[in-house]
Design a protein around this ligand. Structure first.
Ligand code: IPD
Ligand code: CA
Ligand code: CA
Length: 293
């Protein structure tokens, strides 16, 4: 369960939106209630927001499970390996409509186009309707729906749902990270006892030789390596200690936005591959790990 949030302004904004729909009394939280009351702010349990996002992505997960892969329309985007199906577009549309209902003032940025711009301080949802589209097309059962809520350039809430395993990962800034209601944390194992996950930069194959060089170094230092095919789930697996490190030399904000918060709230560290702060303004490298590596 989500237990708290450091972002008071977020509380405030959500309450303003909710109050337009006359929010049920039991949804009003008493967490930090006195502090907020003293500041003249109504308070809502952020769990309510996360719960609404979780319900929405779970609903969208049914689209993945019920898809007719034999008949589905598949288009090529930037190159032969970069594919989009009618289901990616359909889920993005459902998310756009549903998230607008949850927080109307938030901008919307999704992988499949028609995007708003990120602003310096406003709210924005950054979503990947299906992270792991190739896995989805192949029926590989390793894909996820990823939804992050940003305030300015900082992620304040994140949800990643794998419908095949019915596993829902979620986090709120300052409130910890959870999987199916249980608190999760990164592992405390060193690289020598760790699994290394990597992304094979399928849409930027020119970066694969460098990826292999880095991977080779990790391979000899770690227990083993894995390539799952969903950056969002790779990050969640580091967050819950199933793996110790994940890297990829080029990913987009919708691939990592929610997962980044999951790892950080689970006690891990997420940067570019060179150790710099991640930017949401465009493609970037990524390195996520537990706090002992
Ligand atoms: C891709 C997956 C993959 C990663 C790529 C991503 P998509 O997302 O996360 O694991 O290697 O870099 O673009 O295209 O399936 O949403
Ligand atoms: Ca993706
Ligand atoms: Ca995608």
């Amino acid at each position: 369960m989500i237990e708290g949030c450091a972002d008071y302004e977020l509380f405030y904004h959500i309450v303003l939106q909710k109050s337009r729909f006359s929010i049920a009394k039991e949804n009003i939280n008493c967490y930090n209630y006195d502090e907020h009351k003293n500041r003249g702010m109504p308070v809502i349990n952020l769990k309510a927001l996360i719960n609404e996002i979780c319900s929405l992505v779970k609903e969208c997960g049914k689209v993945i499970l019920n898809a007719d892969r034999d008949k589905m329309a598949i288009d090529i985007k930037s190159g032969v390996a970069d594919l989009v199906t009618e289901y990616d577009k359909n889920i993005q549309e459902q998310l756009a409509v549903g998230l607008k209902r949850i927080l109307p003032e938030a901008k919307f940025i999704g992988e499949e186009g028609a995007n708003d711009e990120l602003t310096e301080s406003g709210y924005a949802f950054v979503v990947d309707p299906i992270d792991g589209t190739t896995n989805f097309i192949k029926d590989y059962h390793m894909s996820a729906i990823s939804v992050a809520l940003l305030k300015g350039k900082s992620v304040v809430a994140g949800v990643v749902y794998n419908p095949y395993l019915d596993e829902i990962f979620y986090a709120i800034k300052g409130g910890g990270a959870f999987c199916n209601g249980k608190k999760i944390s990164v592992s405390s194992k060193p690289l020598s006892n760790g699994l290394v996950l990597f992304g094979s930069v399928p849409y930027n194959k020119e970066l694969f030789p460098e990826t292999l060089e880095i991977l080779s170094e990790y391979y000899y230092k770690a227990l083993d390596i894995r390539r799952g095919g969903s950056a969002a789930l790779d990050l969640c697996y580091v967050a819950c200690g199933r793996a110790e490190l994940y890297f990829e030399l080029l990913v987009s904000p919708w691939d990592f936005a929610a997962g980044k918060l999951l790892v950080e709230e689970a006690g891990g560290v997420v940067t570019t591959f060179d150790g710099e702060q991640l930017s949401f303004d465009g493609k970037t490298s990524i390195l996520a790990k537990n706090n002992v590596i």
